[in-house]
Design a protein around this ligand. Sequence first.
Ligand SMILES: Cc1cc2nc3c(=O)[nH]c(=O)nc-3n(C[C@H](O)[C@H](O)[C@H](O)COP(=O)(O)OP(=O)(O)OC[C@H]3O[C@@H](n4cnc5c(N)ncnc54)[C@H](O)[C@@H]3O)c2cc1C
Length: 225
Amino acid sequence: MKEFDVFIAGGGIAGSVAAKFAAKGGLKTLFVERYKTPRMKSCSGIQFPYLEKTIGEKIPSEKLCTNELSKVSIVRPDGKITKAPFKMLNFTRDVFDDWLNQVAIKNGAEFRDECTLIEWEIKTKNIIVTISDKDKNLEQIEVKYLIDATGLMPTVRMKMRSEDFEKKSTGATINYNFDGEGDLEPNRLYQYWNLEYNNMMFAWIYKKDDLWVIGTGYDKNISKI
Ligand SMILES: Cc1cc2nc3c(=O)[nH]c(=O)nc-3n(C[C@H](O)[C@H](O)[C@H](O)COP(=O)(O)OP(=O)(O)OC[C@H]3O[C@@H](n4cnc5c(N)ncnc54)[C@H](O)[C@@H]3O)c2cc1C
């Protein structure tokens, strides 16, 4: 049975960054992603520039979208518009997450895609993790630490702390991509706030490479949308 200090389930941003720092810190690290990479991810891929500080990496320009988002317009709940020069990072998650996978690998982590965390058993001194490859071959691995970075429906936490997930979801978020002309600025992020629908942003429009993205989210009162 192979042994690792750290096993991380999930090859998204959280998994890769955890893998990078674990491996950099000298821990023998394996992180796995259930899909083939680069994998698509429904996400706007907009972040504050301080993400670079958090992940400890300068993001190469070719991993960002061709259009930089350097200005923001906020349509506030009272209808007033605030405009500001404000740089946001703009990337597609397949390209960005794949790059972050590589960053973790370069720092010494082992990575497997099309590999799924199936089960785990906590023993006195270690954890026995069962993973499956794309052909459904099972393998058991002995690890000291198991990190759950499996996203919104977290595999490990949902099982170990099911009470945290008893409440039904009260919201959803969706993005549409459009090819077309408009008189909006390609380097401006347009945000719309409407507290009737969402305590956070209600809608957003911006350009991602050659496509316009129109997104919306709600956290209550879906019948009003
Ligand atoms: C429409 C939309 C727009 C968004 N826009 C933004 C935005 O602009 N900026 C922003 O910061 N956030 C945005 N988010 C939120 C953002 O997508 C998430 O916060 C982020 O992806 C969380 O990263 P993560 O690494 O925790 O999880 P994920 O990116 O979800 O990665 C988890 C990975 O774990 C894998 N996995 C799951 N189960 C297993 C298993 N058992 N074994 C192995 N692998 C497994 C999954 O396949 C997945 O690749 C948006 C979300 C949506 C839905």
